[in-house]
Design a protein around this ligand. Structure first.
Ligand SMILES: *[C@@H]1O[C@H](CO)[C@@H](O)[C@H](O)[C@H]1NC(C)=O
Ligand SMILES: *[C@@H]1O[C@H](CO)[C@@H](O)[C@H](O)[C@H]1NC(C)=O
Ligand SMILES: *[C@@H]1O[C@H](CO)[C@@H](O)[C@H](O)[C@H]1NC(C)=O
Ligand SMILES: *[C@@H]1O[C@H](CO)[C@@H](O)[C@H](O)[C@H]1NC(C)=O
Length: 242
């Protein structure tokens, strides 16, 4: 049962240490609870490491770039055309201010490439002249990529913006997780969080959805054009950590 805590903790955006998820010291088995990380410093040899980008395979580069620029506000940094079949594109929010308020030229974005966090790399294999299948949408096939997380100053304004652009929204601001199974909606299937839940009782599954619904009350879940789920979180959120 304890492994079921993992998604809850991940969603709590808690700094998970490498500690295995063991019963708490007081043997208090009341769920949910949060186990915060230890203050043990990272190995000094890793000083200066940070996550710079996430890479997504994309089926239509134009469509994905339009979405990430127009709707999400990323800037196109560059596209490296390997040949007529394959290209690599970097996108990033202007990071002169972490909230995107400080304008940077493309040259400045490129200059800061190795010093930026939260960049997106779009990998595109153009199979139109070769035939072949699209890569399966990640909201229709369980994979180990769960979602991307985006911070916004005003989630309700962002939600209105998504609606204006016709972006599929799986969970709205202020609502719990959808109860009914809706075709193409991964959250109703909870696969996005849990993967394969066969063998779990309906009651426990409902409880998990309720708990996660409460935890994510102020978050929005939407999809990019390839079905990658985007979690949208308010910059100002009630603290989970007291
Ligand atoms: C918790 O339970 C374990 C195993 O039953 C026991 O060894 C341990 O002493 C308990 N800890 C506390 C703080 O009660
Ligand atoms: C057990 O955990 C619950 C929920 O966090 C808390 O309300 C309760 O006081 C805890 N009990 C003990 C004995 O620590
Ligand atoms: C790719 O997306 C663009 C922009 O949405 C669209 O105009 C174009 O038809 C799409 N190409 C294919 C092959 O579906
Ligand atoms: C963005 O950050 C700047 C600098 O910290 C701050 O002055 C500004 O108010 C912020 N804007 C928003 C929308 O949070």
């Amino acid at each position: 049962m304890l492994f079921l805590l993992l998604p809850i903790l991940l969603l709590a955006r808690d700094a998970l240490s490498c500690t295995p998820l063991l019963p708490r010291d007081d043997n208090n088995s009341t769920y949910p609870f949060i186990a915060t990380g230890s203050d043990e410093p990272a190995d000094l040899a890793t000083t200066g490491y940070f996550i710079n980008h996430v890479g997504l395979n994309t089926n239509n580069l134009t469509r994905s770039m339009e979405f990430y620029t127009r709707v999400i506000g990323l800037r196109h940094m560059f596209t490296y055309h390997v040949n007529e079949y394959f290209s690599v594109t970097y996108m990033g929010h202007s990071q002169g201010g972490r909230n995107g308020s400080a304008y940077q030229t493309t040259a400045e974005l490129l200059q800061n490439k190795q010093n930026s966090a939260g960049l997106l790399e779009l990998l595109y294999f153009n199979r139109t002249t070769l035939g072949g299948e699209d890569i399966p949408r990640s909201d229709q096939k369980i994979s180990t990529l769960s979602h991307l997380g985006l911070i916004v100053p005003d989630p309700e304004a962002t939600q209105a913006r998504l609606e204006e652009y016709g972006v599929p929204i799986y969970k709205k601001y202020g609502e719990g997780l959808p109860k009914e199974e809706v075709e193409g909606n991964p959250l109703s299937l909870p696969s996005l969080f849990f993967g394969d839940t066969s063998g779990l009782s309906a009651e426990v599954l409902e409880e998990m959805k309720d708990t996660l619904g409460k935890l994510n009350l102020l978050n929005i879940f939407a999809a990019d054009p390839d079905g990658n789920t985007i979690e949208i979180l308010p910059f100002h959120e009630p603290s989970l950590f007291g």
